[in-house]
Design a protein around this ligand. Structure first.
Ligand code: DC
Length: 214
């Protein structure tokens, strides 16, 4: 199956930027799976649901209505693309993502969204769990310091109180949680092409991936 290209990697590795550009070059659509976890966290917060209460999340997910329109993410028709990019939602989404009920609900949504055409899908388990049958799997990485620098730039625009030290701590905590959870942890497998983007320009990373496509 080569209609679906998967890109996995830790927080701040540049997956989003790279996946979007790659999709544009290839005429594929693009699916940011992290945005789905963030939408779940956002909805739980709206409904005052404790993020650690798996059965309440499970109930909430039975009625959740998530859609995409021109790369904007909508819940029940409301565009929440900007609201999900805060440090608070980053943390809540990482906590929600350890729950098997959340992963299972989002598994179905991701398969349905991607099987409609050619897609670049990026996240933590897109090559291991969502599309293990893909023939084009990539693992994008970068040093913690470089990833924190990239994240800090984004976060500071929305949250002037944010500091570099807190960004590094948040990234380390999320890395640990994302890679040690029982349910579909972030993992590089032997059939993924490993790309370390530390010190690389965005265009270089995209051409490197284009060269390695089957
Ligand atoms: O990529 P991101 O930072 O927007 O993702 C937010 C959280 O969602 C991340 O901490 C872990 C979770 N996530 C996941 O578990 N599996 C995915 N495929 C994508 C994101």
């Amino acid at each position: 199956m080569n209609d679906v290209i998967t890109i996995d990697g830790p927080s701040g590795s540049g997956k989003g930027t790279i996946a979007k550009l790659l999709a544009k070059k290839l005429g594929y659509s693009y699916l940011d799976t992290g945005a789905l976890y963030r939408a779940v966290a956002w909805q739980a917060e709206q409904k005052k649901i404790n993020i650690d209460d798996e059965s309440a999340l499970d109930n909430m997910l039975k009625n959740i209505n998530i859609s995409f329109e021109n790369e904007r993410i909508l819940v029940d028709g409301q565009d929440i693309s900007a609201e999900i990019r805060t440090a608070e939602i980053s943390d809540l989404s990482s906590r929600a993502s350890v729950k098997p009920a959340v992963r299972s609900a989002l598994f179905d949504i991701q398969r349905i969204l991607c099987l409609q055409g050619k897609v670049v899908i990026e996240g933590r388990d897109t090559g291991t769990t969502i599309f293990p049958e893909s023939e084009n799997k990539f693992y994008l990485d970068a040093s913690v310091e470089e990833r924190a620098r990239r994240r800090f730039k984004e976060l500071k625009i929305r949250d002037p109180e944010m500091t570099m030290d807190r960004t590094i701590d948040d990234i380390r905590n999320r890395d640990l949680r994302d890679s040690t959870r029982n349910s579909s942890p972030l993992r590089k497998t032997d059939d993924m092409v490993y790309v370390d983007s530390t010190g690389m320009e965005i265009d270089e990373v995209v051409s490197h991936i284009l060269d390695r496509l089957k």
